[in-house]
Design a protein around this ligand. Structure first.
Ligand code: ZN
Ligand code: ZN
Length: 251
């Protein structure tokens, strides 16, 4: 009998079987490092959170990528025209952050958004530009993707960031009108075309002359954040910043 069926069977058989008994029989494990979770650890162990490769000081002032040398921007943004003012990323797109994002996006482990959202909120506070902004907007999902997944991971993160930074969360000012293809196999030009006119502003009054932080899970080429920033700026926003969990480098 599988573990889930066995737990269900136990629960059906006895009223005295509670969660701590189930944890005693089947101790919960961290799905990333497979070590047994300690008391108060929920889903992911503290050791894995402590191993996130954070980007704290030596980063590109434009795209948030880790930077080598003394230049203000990096080789990845060279030649690109970004509409956003600046992006900050919590960490590099590498293990264990990759696994956390995968669990959050594709395995319905939405609890992870709570912890990662706090780390993003702290990063926002620590940044001299992002901390001065007026509001938070999550990258919207198209309604078809929203139906499939059941939740928008960027909105879950934004709710936590908003609650700890006290910045207004605006989830109703921009809509994804185009069901875009997955960006992962596309090159930079194909990504730009894929996202062209993907977003539409539904509440112009809300963002007029406002400074905005757009929240997303991963930034790779930056085309999603760029197209969204362009749409918001054309609609009257003063400036747009990005805050993401991970900065992946596209090659
Ligand atoms: Zn772990
Ligand atoms: Zn850069």
């Amino acid at each position: 009998m599988q573990k889930d069926k066995l737990i269900k069977f136990f629960k059906q058989q006895s009223q005295i079987v509670n969660q701590s008994f189930i944890n005693f029989i089947f101790p919960p494990f961290c799905p990333i490092c497979e070590s047994e979770l300690k008391h108060r650890e929920r889903l992911i162990c503290e050791n894995c959170y402590s191993h996130i490769k954070t980007i704290e000081s030596n980063f590109c002032r434009k795209c948030g990528a880790p930077r080598l040398g003394g230049r203000k921007t990096c080789k990845y943004c060279k030649g690109f025209t970004f509409h956003f003012s600046k992006v900050r990323a919590l960490g590099i797109f590498s293990s264990p952050l990759v696994e956390m994002i995968h669990l959050l996006k594709y395995d319905r482990k939405t609890l992870i958004a709570e912890r990662l959202g706090i780390l993003m909120g702290n990063l926002l506070f620590s940044d001299s530009d992002l901390s001065q902004t007026d509001m938070i907007i999550p990258v919207p999902l198209h309604k078809t993707r929203m139906r499939e997944r059941g939740y928008n991971q960027s909105l879950l993160l934004s709710r936590i960031v908003s609650s700890i930074t006290r910045k207004e969360l605006c989830n109703d000012v921009i809509i994804r009108k185009k069901a875009t293809k997955s960006q992962t196999t596309l090159n930079h030009n194909e990504r730009e075309n894929n996202l062209k006119d993907a977003f539409i502003v539904s509440n112009f009054g809300k963002i007029k002359n406002k400074t905005i932080v757009v929240i997303d899970d991963v930034m790779t080429s930056g085309t999603t954040l760029n197209e969204l920033s362009k749409t918001l700026l054309e609609a009257g926003a003063e400036s747009v910043y990005g805050l993401v969990l991970a900065r992946a480098i596209s090659v």
